[in-house]
Ligand binder design. Structure first.
Ligand code: DQA
Length: 144
């Protein structure tokens, strides 16, 4: 069983981008962390990042039939993108929403998530460990 881990805008800069908020872990570190944990769960993963909303939508569409679920950190598109929300509704795959930072403890404009209503659940505030927690959550949700 395969899980798609999809990362949105500016997350390619992880490690150097506002490390006081997002930590020193790079996206390559997150990829390695996820791969190692997926291994222990008997899962395989696809790991993608895009700075482009349309490309992220294409990744969500392509997940149908290729992945059993999606772990999504949509970055700032979380707070703006009805199109990403609609893409998730369209493919009917379970999505776990992840954020490195606790978006509810930050600026008011980060409190609103267009992903949350179409996600199984949300994990935020645990840094890179959130992706590991999301893999556990998705495996339990899928009952696999
Ligand atoms: C983020 C939180 C978003 O508000 C922000 O725009 C990001 C990263 C996080 O992982 O904490 O780009 O999704």
């Amino acid at each position: 069983t395969s899980i798609l881990i999809l990362n949105g805008p500016n997350l390619n800069l992880l490690g150097t981008r506002q490390p006081e908020v997002y930590g020193a872990t790079t996206l390559a570190d997150v990829d390695a962390l996820c791969r190692a944990h997926a291994d222990t769960l008997g899962l395989t993963i696809g790991f993608e990042q895009s700075n482009h909303e349309g490309a992220m939508i294409d990744h969500i569409h392509a997940a149908k039939g290729n992945h059993a679920g999606i772990i999504l950190n949509a970055g700032a598109y979380t707070h703006t993108s009805i199109a990403l929300m609609d893409a998730i509704s369209s493919v009917e795959l379970p999505v776990v929403e992840v954020h490195l930072s606790n978006i509810h403890a930050r600026e008011a404009y980060r409190h609103k998530s267009y992903i949350a209503p179409v996600a199984v659940g949300q994990i935020c505030g645990f840094g890179a460990q959130g992706y590991v927690l999301a893999l556990d959550a998705l495996k339990a949700h899928l009952a696999i």
